[in-house]
Every structure is written in structure tokens, then in C-alpha cells.
Design a protein around this ligand. Structure first.
Ligand code: ADP
Ligand code: MG
Length: 352
């Protein structure tokens, strides 16, 4: 069993509280992601799991056992390193087998392990080739195979693909997800890229200054962010968050007057949030049922278009499919399902 958990773990470096009373449980065989901006404590959490750091307080558990006093070597968790460069003078097979050869694992065992990993990564047919004769994607898969060939209870990856270009990153994260499922291993993954976190994780933990703000499945956190902080970290363009003014059953943003649909507003709502894709924008016509708004700017992105609306100083971004016939300064009708509106209290906590 490779369940990994923190119970109220804190870690301080001088005046910096790098990890602030963190508790979580990563289930066996789970793809679990820590996501947060730079310096939010992600790498420190990984080092605490590996045993390269000791908590100031709280407990680190692996497989249900407190391991605070257990050495890194005896913890049976492996960090998959950022450097995924292959040895150019070795074949793909030799590259993948290298970590096992280095540890003097018996040859028959190496063969078996190599066959399993090669199959999971779909590289069996290219194992005889040297890196120079592989495509970029193939090289990447061989490098991951080499990283995964050891068989620990859990793998840790700290921003493993951030150095790759965007296209290779997209390909690699798809591979990683499939491999993790096929190998059936606990994988703890760190990233500062929201799209990567959303796409790979079974569940994720959102960090702010060392504290875990929310844990859940990506879709669940996206749909029900616990605070404006979490809401703004996920989604592109970011969620529109406006100061709210209550009046006559109408929800109204304060600066300028962009009005959202009539809805029951919690009494203590000070901010309202709407995701760009939840706003509906249509050319204004007599009898339009939405609320009037003025188009400020239009950004065509190919498959989607970002339309920025303005009222006074207030800006509201809407994400539309395709390339709608909407131009700057046009009057449009703005609407939104009432159940897509998020309410936040003073301090940013979600209200429902
Ligand atoms: P992340 O990986 O999310 O970027 P880190 O875990 O590396 O964040 O860092 C969290 C905080 O702890 C930061 O403020 C960082 O400056 C501090 N920190 C991390 N490691 C050390 C260290 N060895 N000595 C002093 N401060 C550190
Ligand atoms: Mg880091």
C-alpha cells in the first residue's frame, strides 16, 4: 500500500513558513497534483515526502506508517528528476535499463521490468535505436521510461516537463496520464501550470503561501472554487470577479453597471464571479432578453473568441465559440445562467 499523507505538517525556513499546517491523503494508485504559484511550498512538500527535510511539527505517513524518523533511502518513494536528457551513446534499451544496471539488479529481472515499462510507453519497437534516430516524442517517452523503470511504492515529479516547448508538453502529459494508469502507481506531481494540473490530476491540492486552500477533483474545484484565490488560479481567461451591489433583486457590479441576471444573492456577498465561458453574448436586438453591454475589444483565437465588455471602468470577459460577428463598440445582449454565478464574502471565501 502506498498511501501518502501529511497530518498538520509545518516547515519553516527562518521567517518563511514554507509549509503551513498541511494535511492531505494521497490514495494508492492516485495521480495527485500539487498546484500553486512559485514559492507556494510545492517543492518543500516533495522534499518532506522524500525525507530530505524534516517537519517542524506534524507527521508524514507512507503506507499508514509515520516516517518522520525514517531515512530517505528506506522510504521507497522515488523522485523522477527534471533532467530527461538521454545518453546519446547508448541505445534506447540501454538508456531505460541504466538505473537498474547501476543498482546491479539481476539481468532476468531487468528484462522483465524493461518489457513492462516499454509496453506501457509504446516503445518496444524502438528500443534498439539510438537517441539520434528517434523523434522528439519518442525520445521523451524513452526518457520517461528510464525514470519509471525502478519500481518504488510511489513516484514524485517536481515540474518534470516545464522545460519542454508547448507542443511537446501537451504530448508528454497525455503520455504521463496513460502510463500512470497502466502502471497502476501512486504519482505525486507538482506543477505551476494550471492547464497541466487540470489535465493530468485525479485530484489536486491548491497551495497558497504554504497552505492548502482546497483539495478535490479538478472539475469539482473548477466548478466550486472555495475562494476567489482558487477561482482565479484556474481557467483562462480568468474568472470575472466584480464587487457586488445589491438592489431590487438585481445583481449589479459596482464599477460601471454591468448587470447580471436577477438572482437570489446571499446577504453577505461582497464579490460576484462569472467564468468567461458562462457568459452569453449576442448582438443587441429589439426584445433582447439579456442586459445591454458595450463591446470594448474582440480577440479572435481561432476556435474561440474572447470578447471584452465595458461599462465605465468595469471590464468583463466572455469566451465565445468560433468567430462571432461582433465588433468593438457594438451594443450586445449579455446573459448568464443564474446557477453559474459564484458569490464570495468579504475575505474571498465562497458562499455557495
Ligand atoms: P515552490 O516549489 O512552490 O516554488 P518552495 O517549496 O521551493 O516553493 O518554497 C517555499 C518557500 O520556502 C519559499 O518562500 C522559499 O523561498 C522558501 N524556501 C524553500 N527552500 C528553502 C531553503 N532551503 N532555505 C530557505 N528558504 C527556503
Ligand atoms: Mg519548486
Amino acid at each position: 500500500m502506498a498511501e501518502i499523507a501529511f497530518r498538520n505538517v509545518s516547515k519553516r525556513y527562518g521567517d518563511t513558513l514554507a509549509v503551513d499546517d498541511a494535511s492531505f491523503t494521497v490514495e494508492d494508485n492516485e495521480f495527485f497534483c500539487f498546484f500553486g504559484p512559485p514559492l507556494s511550498g510545492k517543492s518543500t512538500i516533495m522534499r518532506l515526502i522524500l525525507g530530505l527535510e524534516t517537519p517542524d511539527s506534524g507527521e508524514v505517513l507512507i503506507g499508514g506508517r509515520v516516517v518522520n524518523a525514517v531515512s530517505p533511502a528506506a522510504r521507497n518513494v522515488a523522485m523522477v528528476f527534471q533532467n530527461l536528457a538521454l545518453f546519446p551513446h547508448m541505445t534506447a534499451r540501454e538508456n531505460v535499463a541504466f538505473p537498474l544496471v547501476e543498482r546491479k539488479v539481476p539481468a532476468t529481472q531487468i528484462e522483465r521490468r524493461l518489457a513492462d515499462v516499454a509496453e506501457a510507453l509504446h516503445i518496444t519497437h524502438i528500443l534498439h535505436k539510438s537517441p539520434a534516430h528517434l523523434s522528439g516524442g519518442e525520445r521523451q517517452r524513452v526518457a520517461i521510461a528510464r525514470a519509471l523503470v525502478r519500481d518504488p511504492a510511489a513516484y514524485l515529479m517536481d515540474d518534470p516537463i516545464s522545460a519542454l516547448d508547448a507542443r511537446l508538453r501537451e504530448e508528454t502529459r497525455v503520455e504521463l496520464k496513460r502510463i500512470q494508469r497502466e502502471l497502476g502507481k501512486t504519482l505525486i506531481y507538482v506543477t505551476h501550470d494550471q492547464e497541466e494540473a487540470m489535465s493530468v490530476a485525479d485530484r489536486m491540492a491548491i497551495l497558497e503561501a504554504g497552505a492548502i486552500r482546497q483539495i478535490g477533483a479538478p472539475a469539482e474545484i473548477y466548478d466550486r472554487p472555495a475562494s476567489t484565490y482558487v477561482a482565479r488560479l484556474l481557467g483562462s481567461p480568468v474568472m470575472n470577479v466584480l464587487r457586488s451591489v445589491r438592489g431590487s433583486g438585481v445583481l449589479e457590479a459596482a464599477e460601471g453597471t454591468i448587470r447580471l441576471p436577477d438572482t437570489a444573492t446571499p446577504a453577505d456577498a461582497t464579490e460576484i464571479g462569472v467564468r468567461p465561458e458562462d457568459l452569453k453574448v449576442a448582438p443587441w436586438m429589439d426584445g433582447s432578453s439579456g442586459r445591454p453591454a458595450r463591446v470594448f475589444e474582440v480577440e479572435p483565437l481561432g476556435g474561440t473568441t474572447v470578447v471584452t465588455l465595458a461599462a465605465g471602468e468595469t471590464r468583463l470577459r466572455a469566451l465565445m465559440r468560433g468567430q462571432p460577428a461582433i465588433a468593438p463598440d457594438a451594443l450586445v445582449s449579455l446573459s448568464c445562467d443564474a446557477n453559474k454565478i459564484h458569490f464570495f464574502s468579504q475575505g474571498g471565501g465562497a458562499l455557495r
